[in-house]
Design a protein around this ligand. Structure first.
Ligand code: PRP
Length: 181
């Protein structure tokens, strides 16, 4: 089975992704300097992006992971009801925290993350997302770093899945409608 055959098109090729991630890494490194920020990856989708973003940042920083799950939705839509499956290892009090996401869609997941992490009194809390689907937003969220604004299409690859597949593609593709309808 070739995953590529399931795609209608490539939306963002690998070289554009990597060039933008390099720019984001440089900008984040300039903004945070010697403050030793903690990058928080939201599993699973954010893991590929965070590993490249981290390598594009030439400043001391730490990595941590959080798994949350939205439940009650469908296979293609999140419900807005979210719970923590795996919490951070780090104590984030007085730390500079940067949440790293693959995509912001309705905004419910991030809204929950921000609300939860804020109660732990970080020194700062910012958001970096590779992809932003503004058209689908239901909850307003201030995004500090955005890789690409994208249209409302069913995207997979570079961490994003459908039914747990396609995360390994090194680019962002649009899934053929017959694959999910
Ligand atoms: C995706 C993505 C975000 C969330 C965005 O995760 O990684 O966490 O959906 O959607 P929202 O803005 O509508 O809340 P998903 O729940 O698909 O889990 P995964 O990262 O394990 O694929």
């Amino acid at each position: 089975m070739r995953l590529e055959d399931h795609l209608a098109k490539i939306l963002i090729p690998s070289d554009r992704l990597q060039a933008r991630i390099y720019e984001l890494g440089a900008q984040i490194a300039r903004d945070y300097g010697d403050t030793r920020p903690l990058l928080v990856c939201v599993l699973k989708g954010g893991v590929i992006f965070m590993s490249d973003l981290s390598r594009a940042m030439s400043i001391p920083h730490e990595l941590d992971f959080m798994a949350i799950s939205s439940y009650g939705g469908t296979r293609t839509e999140s419900s807005g009801v979210v719970r923590i499956l795996m919490d951070l290892n780090a104590n984030i009090e007085n730390r500079h925290v940067l949440i790293v996401e693959d995509i912001i869609d309705t905004g419910h997941t991030l809204h929950y993350m921000v609300d939860t992490l804020r109660t732990r009194n970080p020194a700062s809390l910012k958001i970096c997302t590779l992809l932003n689907k503004q058209e689908r937003r239901e909850v307003e969220i201030k995004l500090d770093y955005v890789g690409f604004d994208i249209p409302n299409e069913f995207v997979v690859g570079y961490g994003l899945d459908f039914d747990e597949l396609y995360r390994n593609l090194p680019y962002i593709g649009v899934l053929k409608p017959e694959m999910y309808s």
